[in-house]
Design a protein around this ligand. Structure first.
Ligand code: ZN
Ligand code: ZN
Length: 362
């Protein structure tokens, strides 16, 4: 039996569909029929060769939801239920070693130097070969954490749980805003929309969303933003003044950078109050730099600067739970759906920022 998969063989060249023989499963592995694969903003950076982790040839795609086609031996979900053929599942896309300093001592598996992420740092020449979600089948290595999904849920709505949703959940897990606080979010893409939803879930009294796309800003309102700032209509100084106005002259208690650019990080730093927290969730790859003034930016205002690198099973679970609690809301994020044959168009609508989230349906 063969699987069809979309391969990056050379950076910036169109992806090609190739047939790959499905190998015999090893104990603990799960063969998944992909029902939906998310096109992440990071996939564009990977395709352009901007992510230093990448080796080629690569089956792109690290956000997947699927149905179990086969299991070798016994495999349990995080809730201790046996994984069986026909089950709808989601999984933590990263597999860490469990035994290094970061995994075992710090309990921060995102830093594991041996961490494997399908669709990112394992080629299709390495076992189990079906190592990316832009395909009709994927093989989950033994040891990957798996969650059962309820029946009747649109798989496309859940793809973002494994990446932007989980990264936002990780960020809020570290920043932990207090109920009643004012949160500013810079960037209204999927990460920013999750940040808005998490801010509300943590009890924010205000969520001020800043960005350049009116359509995305309006969507932000449906996710719980109480005010929006359009950077094409308001200059940086006007946006800062607007946030000060809304926060009694103090600034946001928590400012979230959800773009992955130096300008967005600089804006988040400008929007936070003295003693507040700047949470940067946007950088999945290098995104430029700015002249950082330790006195002005950091010390004088006693701010806390919190970065976030990827996510762990705990965060994927939180993001999944958030989506399952509001499936109608999160379905609005899925603006485009394409078959595998139109993978290059799916990347283009993301590149042109026409889509909030494009999804491949094999
Ligand atoms: Zn991603
Ligand atoms: Zn490790």
């Amino acid at each position: 039996m063969k699987a069809r998969a979309c391969l990056v063989e050379a950076f910036k060249e169109p992806l090609r569909i190739k047939e790959i023989t499905i190998p015999e499963l090893e104990p603990g592995q799960v063969l998944v029929k992909i029902k939906a694969a998310g096109v992440c903003g990071s996939d564009l950076h990977i395709w352009r060769g901007e992510d230093p982790r990448i080796k080629l040839p690569l089956i792109l795609g690290h956000e997947g939801v699927g149905e179990v086609a086969a299991v070798k031996g016994k495999k349990l979900t995080v809730e201790g239920k046996e994984v069986k053929e026909g089950d709808s599942i989601l999984w933590n896309r990263g597999l860490s070693c469990g035994h290094c300093y970061y995994c075992a001592v710090l309990k921060e598996p995102s830093f594991c130097p041996h961490r494997i992420v399908q669709g990112i740092n394992i080629t299709c020449n390495e076992p189990p070969y079906l190592n990316g979600c832009y395909a009709d089948f994927l093989i989950l290595p033994a040891g990957i954490d798996v969650f059962h999904l309820p029946s009747g849920i649109d798989p496309a709505v859940l793809v973002a749980a494994s990446c932007s949703g989980a990264t936002a959940a990780h960020g809020f897990d570290l920043a932990r805003p207090e109920p009643g606080e004012a949160v500013a979010v810079v960037g209204p893409g999927p990460l920013g929309l999750f940040a808005v939803a998490f801010a509300r879930a943590y009890g924010a009294s205000q969520v001020i969303l800043s960005g350049g796309s009116q359509v995305r800003l309006e969507m932000g309102r449906t996710f719980g933003a109480t005010a929006t700032l359009n950077r094409h209509e308001q200059q940086p100084g006007e946006r800062i003044a607007a946030v000060m106005d809304l926060t009694r002259g103090r600034g946001a208690d928590l400012a979230v950078e959800a773009v992955g650019s130096a300008a967005a990080l600089e804006e988040a730093i400008a929007l936070v109050r003295p003693g507040g927290t700047v949470l940067s969730v946007g950088f999945g790859q290098p995104g430029g730099s700015f002249a950082f003034d330790g006195y002005q930016h950091l010390a004088r205002r006693n701010i806390r600067l919190q970065g976030v690198w990827v996510s762990d099973t705990r965060h994927v679970y939180r993001a999944m739970a958030m989506i399952l609690a509001h499936p109608q809301l999160f379905s609005r994020m899925i603006t485009h759906r394409f078959p595998l044959e139109q993978v290059n168009e799916a990347l283009e609508v993301m590149a042109r920022k026409e889509a909030i989230k494009a999804v491949l349906i094999p």
